[in-house]
Design a protein around this ligand. Structure first.
Ligand code: ADP
Length: 728
């Protein structure tokens, strides 16, 4: 603890700075009542405006004579936030240009968890068999435990709705009881026997465990081809941290947080980890928060926001699929959880593991220059081999008119399905067609108040905007020229590809995996189970299929549109496309049957696709890094975006110009724009954007904060700073 953290303010002349979890840039001064013993990080109640609010003691000062201060009212008798957590909040706010109070809100929005009077309802089997034992009720009794459990937990484990669990009480199969506190999470067992590792995996695991044993800050890049066993390997580091009495946090992309994934932890450590994601209920959230804050919950697997849980004894953070763009939070406090994980580990002095088959260029650069330890797994264990990747030039192999699958793809599907194996068709486009156009007048159906086309969804018979969620029944006539039956579908979505595959293979079982068909965890789990058990022959999927699933009978992957994502001027487009396609192709041949992949493209000469087909990652990285260096882009330089928005276009333009004119003078800074943002109009708001490029030596966060503080905006007009934007 630093000296400030131990500072106890008991003198009547002492003041305390209290930070509230609201949109405020700093902590406010309050008088400390006599006899109230306070430490930094304590939770206190104090008046703000007309309200009494919970805040956190941020620091201490001395009262200025004659200055009237409001007084703190009370202190909550719970564990204070640790000094490194306070530093982390401060760092996150300063680095990302966010307000301190908004960052605190991310940390303590579940503070009610600290209230010891919280009563919960728990369920356990009655021992009697229930009336009317339906299959879902049987699933609850079989898979809902460990008991006692909350309704939501038992339901999630059994893959049913919470109504089924509650229904079982009426039917006599379960009994409900009230408890003053949550049951603790079961203690993971570090030494429960794991899988037999290959020599390469064992060495990698030992290297990672050795990093943990240093007890100091360090970063390892675990760079292993798809299916090489990265999870098994980082389990060794988790085990080492647990043996040392530390808490471990595993960050995964939200979409990869499946029951199957959690079960792997349960098998390795004998206890299901706590999970943390955006769809969990308030009660489950409070339980995890409380148990983590008390240091009792040792293992958390969570989406990016889990990084802001108040772990008092963190010893390891793993960022799985570290290249994944979903680690970037784009709303509210804008931050990149992968980068902030490294910051947090640095402030708390422990290890971080970044794992990926396709690491980001930033991480590879840091591994090359020695900032990160580079741990490589070059092959799959056992008989599994990496899939062969081929390109199909669509200029040469033109699909039939109105169709999207070329002959080579159809042939490959034919071969694998005839062998009783599975094929995956990948297209990152939900719905039936991305564009609806009138044959008579050329009108394209547009989303109201937004620069985006409506997408045709045949399953639901609707036209939808994927940006705003707007949807309407598919119209019978053109809304402009009113010609009947003139609207036609342009381009493919997964529904259309599935329709085409079904026509070509009438006997095959074809299914779609997208957020429309598997929008909730239970539906997703059911699709995964059907795929794993071979109840599907051809799966047509969006990016939902890319992450973290093992389908042993999947031996062919067809990429319907390899060019999707290469369009536009974004210098990261090549990197993203390369990463996604390696990951998709990597779904094939993960067990003993070899797999292959074919990518349909109009640009077989594009360097990302050439490198993919040649299996030559080094070539691709070399070209990409050279380009970034030449342009002074990350990782060689720094970048920030500024987005302006508001209800009137002219005023947004004026605001952007005014902001530009206020730019502080500094060396090594270049400003580009303003220009229209990629989505120029969203829900009626006009958007403009400018970029700030800085040399590596510039403190860009500080520069942006100084700049931002010079301009005030009317309440309907907003300026948002995005440090290190994901697209540029
Ligand atoms: P990655 O995260 O690198 O894609 P996983 O850890 O998911 O790889 O492992 C891929 C598959 O190989 C999993 O089904 C896993 O259980 C299996 N596997 C990994 N290591 C071994 C091993 N040493 N022996 C047998 N199977 C293994």
């Amino acid at each position: 603890m630093s000296s400030i953290a131990c500072y106890h303010a008991t003198n009547v002349n002492q003041t305390a700075q209290i930070l509230f979890p609201v949109n405020v840039p700093t902590a406010f001064d309050y008088a400390v009542p006599a006899g109230l013993d306070l430490a930094r990080g304590d939770f206190v109640f104090a008046p703000i405006g007309k309200q009494m609010k919970l805040g956190v003691v941020w620091g201490f000062g001395t009262a200025e004579p004659g200055r009237e201060l409001k007084s703190i009212v009370d202190r909550k008798a719970t564990r204070p936030l640790s000094p490194d957590m306070l530093d982390f909040i401060d760092w996150t706010a300063r680095y990302n240009g966010a307000s301190l109070g908004n960052v605190l809100r991310m940390v303590i929005r579940n503070y009610k968890a600290l209230d010891p009077s919280a009563i919960v309802t728990l369920y356990r089997p009655s021992g009697n068999s229930p009336k009317n034992l339906t299959p879902s009720r049987a699933a609850v009794l079989r898979e809902g435990g460990p008991w006692p459990a909350r309704a939501s937990e038992a339901a999630a484990r059994a893959g049913v709705s919470t109504g089924v669990v509650k229904g079982l009480v009426k039917a006599g199969g379960l009994v409900a009881e009230s408890g003053p506190v949550d049951p603790p999470f079961p203690e993971p067992d570090a030494d429960l026997l794991g899988r037999e590792l290959t020599i390469g995996q064992k060495e990698a695991g030992e290297d990672l465990a050795a990093q943990i044993r240093t007890g100091r800050f360090n970063v390892s890049l675990l760079d292993g081809v798809t299916g090489s066993g990265k999870t098994e390997v980082y389990f060794e580091a988790v085990a080492e941290a647990l043996r040392r009495g530390k808490q471990c946090l595993i960050l995964v992309p939200e979409i990869a947080l499946t029951q199957a994934g959690l079960r792997r932890f349960a098998e390795r450590f004998g206890a299901e980890p706590a999970s943390w994601h955006s769809q969990m209920g308030e009660a489950a959230r409070r339980r995890v928060w409380r148990e983590v804050a008390q240091g009792r919950c040792k293992l958390v697997v969570g989406a990016r926001s889990a990084l802001y849980l108040p772990f008092p004894k963190l010893g390891l953070i793993v960022v799985d699929e570290e290249h994944d763009t979903s680690y970037k939070q784009e709303e509210g406090v804008i931050y990149n959880a992968r980068d902030m994980a490294v910051v947090r580990a640095h402030l708390s002095g422990h290890s971080v593991i970044l794992a990926s088959a396709t690491p980001s260029l930033e991480s590879l650069h840091n591994a090359r220059n020695g900032k990160f330890a580079h741990i490589i797994l070059p092959e799959r264990p056992g008989a599994a081999v990496l899939p062969e990747i081929g390109l199909v030039d669509l200029k040469e192999h033109v699909p039939e008119k109105g169709k999207f699958l070329s002959q080579p793809l159809l042939d490959a599907i034919d071969v694998v399905t005839a062998r009783g194996e599975q094929a995956l068709l990948y297209l990152n486009r939900r719905g039936y067609a991305p564009l609806i156009i009138c044959r008579s007048c050329g009108e394209k159906l547009k989303s109201p108040d937004t620069d985006s086309w409506l997408v045709q969804h045949k399953r639901t018979g609707r036209a939808m905007c994927h940006l705003t969620g707007f949807s309407m029944p598919m119209p019978r006539e053109c809304p402009k020229c009113h010609t009947e039956d003139s609207l036609t579908s342009v381009g493919p979505g997964v529904e259309r590809v599935a329709e085409e595959a079904q026509e070509a293979f009438p006997n095959a079982r074809v299914e779609i995996l997208s957020s429309d068909t598997a929008g909730n965890p239970a539906e997703l789990a059911e699709r995964m189970r059907r795929m794993e058990q071979g109840e599907i022959d051809i799966l047509v999927g969006t990016q939902m299929v890319v992450k973290g699933h093992n389908f042993p009978k999947l031996t062919f992957v067809g990429v319907v549109d390899g060019d999707l994502g290469l369009a536009g001027g974004d210098p990261r487009a090549g990197e993203r496309t390369y990463q996604t396609l390696v990951q998709v192709a990597g779904r094939a041949g993960r067990a003993d049957k070899p797999g292959h992949a074919l990518i349909q493209t109009h640009q077989p000469e594009h360097e990302a696709l050439v490198a993919l087909a040649a299996g030559d990652r080094e070539m691709f990285i070399g070209v990409e890094l050279a380009m970034r260096e030449m342009l002074g882009l990350p990782p060689y330089g720094k970048l920030a975006a500024v987005i302006f928005w508001g209800p009137e276009a002219a005023k947004v333009d004026a605001l952007a110009k005014k902001f530009l004119a206020a730019a502080p003078r500094a060396d090594g800074i270049e400003i580009l724009g303003p220009s229209e943002a990629p989505i120029g109009r969203l829900r009626g708001m006009f958007r403009r954007r400018l970029f700030v490029q800085a040399e590596a030596s510039v403190n860009l966060s500080k520069y942006m904060a100084t700049w931002r503080s010079k301009i005030r905006t009317a309440s309907k007009y907003k300026i948002q700073i995005d440090i290190d934007p994901q697209s540029f």
